[in-house]
Design a protein around this ligand. Structure first.
Ligand SMILES: NC(=O)C1=CN([C@@H]2O[C@H](COP(=O)(O)OP(=O)(O)OC[C@H]3O[C@@H](n4cnc5c(N)ncnc54)[C@H](O)[C@@H]3O)[C@@H](O)[C@H]2O)C=CC1
Length: 500
């Protein structure tokens, strides 16, 4: 499921969308940004003046200024700081106003110079040929963060305490970019979505600049003597195309909040280490049944993890999540053990394609493993609420044992009221003769004409991968097997699941 939100993995709480600073390209005049980054100066953004199109433009960056986020800025903000935040708000308001007055007229980067051209054929060849120089990406990323935090120490405070998740995610991003050099449209679409998602992190053009400069230095360190200006230029063109798409995605989403504050209205510890939470968002939270969202707990600032909404959208803005604690010190533990009614959380924008089409043209096969039930429960609610013409729905729910079937009562109740629904629990500690084993065993045991159905699969990644393979063997075309992106799958690396 879903993408670990941060791609360039900034973690500051406020929207980037439309910061009144000059766009990256204006400050990075050539494709190859090898000049040393601006020396820290004790000043924020210089006073802005309206540009030719009525926008405010800043004329300089300062990486040494405090992070531009209301939640982490010093309490005693100076007048200059207040001006800065007022400018941010004003700029966003102006952009939003223009968008509302003439929808569609505001192109994502209409206040910036031309979009980055992206890597050309020679760049692509060079990046591929020289990949061994800069891989494993984990090493490159170690250098990158070292450089970045050394040169701009304040940026460290924008990241969560543990960087493991960030490193892992960034490595996946580099894999994704380098593996998809021949698919620029797909990459642009992915990074546009990511830009929308990153608004919750407060990513700013100045951050991209710092990232870019740190990447250049890291490439140089990693490639050693074999570093070349051509290689760096190729990498920068690849990066800038992605960054441009992110900025476009953030700009296009300026009409929605960067994140939604929610208060916990119910917290049930259904099993040891497994909680069902219900939260009420302050504003309407737009999503579709089957989607997921990044969730942040104030107990672990800047650490966002994905959970699926376990109910169809409701009029009272209540959203349900199912969380299993998988270790200690992570977001899931914070949500399961240290969160209660009245606590607040933040939700990022909803994502994911595991949704129902308009008209159900086929019967459905739903396959859940553990808390992977969450999005399928939301789908069941949506199907159930449709006025007429129900298709048959078969739900196989894998659980470790009967006690682990944490939402069995709700399922049994729905099944008793909906003749089109069949729920089959598959218990890991029971013999396959008695109907136990894994969900895969269950699919093998009984072929209910699965190849004619549309399938939705959700659970541990290994289970999802095995189930998809099994259903494909059975003749179900890929277009009719829906699941959230799997981690480390090369063509889906931009959006793997992370719930920890
Ligand atoms: N909490 C949420 O909102 C969502 C969670 N998920 C994912 O679902 C998973 C849930 O984890 P747990 O509840 O601990 O599940 P689990 O590890 O207890 O597994 C539950 C059941 O899934 C099946 N299963 C597991 N591994 C399998 C394999 N390799 N092959 C075939 N069947 C297998 C078995 O029937 C097992 O009893 C996590 O990986 C989570 O990321 C997915 C979507 C939403």
């Amino acid at each position: 499921m879903g993408c670990p939100s941060p791609v360039l993995v900034w973690s500051a709480p406020e929207s980037r969308g439309g910061l009144p600073v000059a766009p990256a390209r204006a400050l990075a005049p050539t494709a190859c940004h090898r000049a040393p980054a601006p020396a820290p100066r004790n000043r924020a953004v210089r006073p802005c003046r309206p540009g030719p199109n009525g926008h405010f433009w800043a004329v300089s960056y300062c990486f040494a200024t405090p992070p531009p986020s209301p939640e982490i800025r010093p309490v005693n903000t100076s007048t200059q700081g207040n001006d800065y935040y007022a400018l941010l708000a004003r700029h966003d308001a102006m952009r939003l106003r223009r968008q509302l007055l003439s929808p569609g007229a505001l192109s994502p980067r209409d206040d910036s110079p031309a979009l980055a051209p992206g890597p050309d054929d020679a760049d692509r060849r060079l990046i591929r040929r020289e990949l061994p120089l800069v891989t494993p990406f984990e090493d490159l990323i170690t250098h990158l963060y070292e450089v970045m935090f050394r040169r701009w120490p304040y940026l460290r405070s924008l990241f969560p305490e543990s960087m493991a998740f960030q490193r892992e995610h960034l490595a996946r991003m580099f894999h994704y970019l380098t593996e998809n050099l021949d698919h620029p449209d797909e990459v642009a679409a992915t990074f546009t979505r990511l830009g929308r998602d990153h608004r919750k992190l407060g990513v700013r053009p100045a951050h991209y600049e710092a990232f870019e400069a740190a990447l250049c230095e890291a490439l140089k360190i990693r490639a050693g003597e074999r570093w070349s200006a051509e290689l760096e230029g190729a990498w920068l063109r690849m990066l800038r195309a992605a960054v441009d798409a992110m900025v476009a995605g953030a700009d296009a989403a300026i009409g929605e909040p960067p994140s939604w504050h929610a208060v916990v209205v119910a917290h049930e510890l259904r099993r040891p280490g497994l909680a069902v939470l219900r939260v009420r968002t302050h504003e309407a939270y737009p999503y579709r049944a089957g989607q997921y969202a990044a969730v942040e707990s104030p107990l672990l600032p800047h650490a966002w993890r994905h959970y699926s909404m376990a109910c169809a959208p409701r009029a009272d803005n209540v959203v349900e999540f199912h969380v299993r604690q998988t270790g200690t010190g992570g977001v899931s533990e914070a949500l399961v053990r240290r969160t209660g009614v009245g606590d607040t959380l933040r939700l990022g924008p909803a994502k994911g394609q595991m949704t129902l089409g308009g008209e159900l043209t086929r019967d459905l096969l739903l396959v859940a493993g553990g808390t992977g039930l969450a999005p399928l429960k939301a789908l069941l609610q949506e199907v159930s609420a449709r006025p007429s013409g129900h298709r048959l729905v078969h739900l196989a729910v894998g659980a470790r044992n009967r006690a682990d079937l944490y939402d069995g009562d709700w399922l049994a109740d729905l099944e008793s009221r909906r003749p089109w629904l069949r729920v089959v629990p598959v218990l890991g500690d029971e013999s396959t003769i008695r109907g136990g084993g894994t969900v895969l065993d269950a699919l093998r045991r009984q072929d209910g004409g699965w190849s004619n159905r549309t399938a939705y699969v959700s659970g541990p990644p290994a289970m999802v991968a095995a189930t998809v393979a099994r259903l494909t063997e059975m003749g179900l075309p890929a277009g009719r097997i829906h699941h959230d992106p799997l981690p480390h799958a090369p063509r889906h690396a931009a959006a793997p699941a992370h719930r920890r």
